[in-house]
Design a protein around this ligand. Structure first.
Ligand SMILES: Cc1cc2nc3c(=O)[nH]c(=O)nc-3n(C[C@H](O)[C@H](O)[C@H](O)COP(=O)(O)OP(=O)(O)OC[C@H]3O[C@@H](n4cnc5c(N)ncnc54)[C@H](O)[C@@H]3O)c2cc1C
Length: 471
């Protein structure tokens, strides 16, 4: 048998527009491999919803590959430390001379890849690394001084200028190949340590549902995205984040489709389409930040001076936040949406993150970890970036004195209370402004908690704590 090209799938679980797979398939017959590392996922705090979704996507990938005659081997290695040896033995078993993968940029993944590369190259295997989980690889969008950007707007401008036709063109699909004498492995079941609470039907695995969502979003919602994206009661956003997080759809496919919808324009034209493209650029920005500033992968604030914020220790209030019992309806509705669906609207992620880090003055890392545990789209770079933005400790973050008021946000972004009523049924009977501030509805017994903090006093407390650090 000709030595097969080995494609190592990671968070790029798709056949279409997949750089490593496309390039390997040009060279010869392909065998795919996926390394499932439950111990590493646990160590990274990844929760059951995300792991269950990931396994559904691996199963869908295996079927797609099978149609192309490409077998998918599965390695079960508890942690990254075991991956070099496990891949090494598969490489020997199959007689592989070349392995392909798309780079990942978090610190532990970079270390894993360096260890795999060293071990395989020592055995005479060629390692081919592509960049494909982003449209522009970290290190390719730099300031005139050659340094990484730490502010989003100039990054966005430079990123847009740097996009050429090759960044928009999807990679060719892999060739259908005649069957190799290699059999696919069964996809592992969800290990018991992971508990998935999000309904499976909300988040079907694979490329087909992702492409369907993208098409529907572009047909029905993208032109109104600019106006509707902040209203959680509307279906105003794509909800593609879980598929983007595991790479069941590529950011390039999203960009390509949005640009086509916008008559070939990256910027200008439909405001909805360009605003949506800007969100895809935020995703890229946080990956570039993570790659350029490894301390953010080590649990540190991007702004080192903010590592000294005197975060409070209050397990009771932390539990009230997690469980959607803060007494602030929009915050509670959002946290209950997360608990019951594994997903939360972007506006609400900002609202609850500011509430935790500012009004409760609790360490943003508690929130980051809880999100990672619950989210079906948990993604280190975007989650860390979003939390540090909200806590004012990050790149281009919200200034510490600009703190969302949870009642004002509620009135502004859920004016009729449709979203709140969906997730906080105790408040269904309230009308008008009282729905956003139920403690004002006197004489009613709602079975809903009193606010855990006073919004205005806690805002002042946070501003003083931050001001004491930076003046
Ligand atoms: C505190 C906090 C935590 C977050 N954690 C995550 C996370 O773990 N995983 C995750 O994918 N996103 C995260 N985000 C970003 C954002 O909230 C989600 O990507 C978005 O809500 C997903 O919904 P959508 O697919 O409908 O997005 P759309 O509005 O349709 O946007 C399209 C895509 O662009 C990307 N995107 C959109 N907004 C952002 C953003 N602000 N930052 C980075 N990428 C963005 C996502 O991949 C998204 O799917 C977080 C934001 C905050 C404030």
């Amino acid at each position: 048998m000709t030595a097969p090209e080995l494609v190592w799938f990671r968070n790029d679980l798709r056949c279409r527009d997949q750089a490593a797979l496309a390039r390997a398939s040009e060279r010869g017959p392909v065998v795919g491999v996926y390394c499932f590392c439950p111990g590493q996922l646990s160590a990274h705090g990844v929760g059951g919803n995300r792991v269950a979704f990931l396994l559904r996507c691996v199963a869908a990938l295996s079927l797609e590959l099978e149609r192309l005659g490409i077998p998918l081997k599965i390695i079960e290695a508890d942690t990254f430390a075991e991956v070099p040896a496990a891949l090494g033995s598969l490489v020997r078993e199959l007689g592989v001379r070349r392995i392909w993968f798309n780079g990942e940029y978090p610190l532990n993944e970079l270390r894993r890849d360096a260890a795999v590369t060293a071990a395989l190259e020592a055995g005479g295997v060629t390692v081919q690394r592509c960049d494909d989980t982003v449209i522009r690889a970290p290190g390719t969008v730099l300031t005139q001084a050659g340094t990484p950007y730490t502010v989003f707007s100039p990054f966005r401008r430079r990123w847009l200028e740097s996009i050429g036709p090759e960044d928009l063109a999807p990679k060719p699909p892999p060739r259908r190949q005649s069957l190799l004498a290699v059999t696919s492995d069964p996809v592992p079941k969800l290990p018991e340590v992971f508990v998935a609470t999000a309904p499976e039907e909300l988040w079907p695995g694979g490329e087909t549902p992702a492409r369907g969502r993208l098409e529907r979003f572009l047909e029905a919602a993208v032109d109104a995205y600019e106006e509707q994206r902040n209203f959680p009661a509307l279906d105003g956003t794509s909800t593609l984040s879980p598929w983007l997080a595991v790479g069941a759809i590529s950011p390039r496919q999203c960009l390509h489709a949005a640009v086509e919808h916008n008559d070939g324009r990256l910027d200008g034209g439909s405001r909805g389409a360009t605003t949506w493209i800007t969100e895809l650029i935020w995703r890229e920005f946080y990956r570039h930040v993570m790659a350029a500033f490894p301390h953010v992968s080590k649990g540190c604030a991007f702004r080192r001076d903010y590592d000294a914020v005197p975060w409070r220790d209050d397990p009771v209030q932390l539990a009230a936040w997690r469980e959607g019992r803060t007494g602030y309806p929009l915050v509670d509705a959002a946290m209950r949406q997360l608990a019951s669906t594994g997903w939360m609207h972007n506006r609400l992620r900002m609202v609850v993150a500011m509430f935790l880090s500012k009004n409760l003055l609790l360490d943003w890392r508690h929130g980051e970890a809880y999100f990672m545990k619950q989210l079906v789209d948990g993604d280190f770079a975007s989650n860390n970036g979003g939390w540090q933005w909200s806590a004012s400790t990050g790149t281009d973050a919200a200034p510490y004195f600009r703190i969302f008021n949870p009642v004002t946000q509620s009135k502004r972004f859920d004016p009729e209370g449709h979203f709140i009523r969906r997730y906080v049924p105790e408040l269904a009977a309230l009308e008008g402004p009282n729905l956003h501030a139920p403690w004002k509805a006197q004489g009613l017994s709602l079975g809903y908690p009193e606010p855990v903090v006073d919004a205005s006093a806690s805002r002042k407390r946070a501003i003083e704590a931050f001001r004491a650090l930076v003046g």
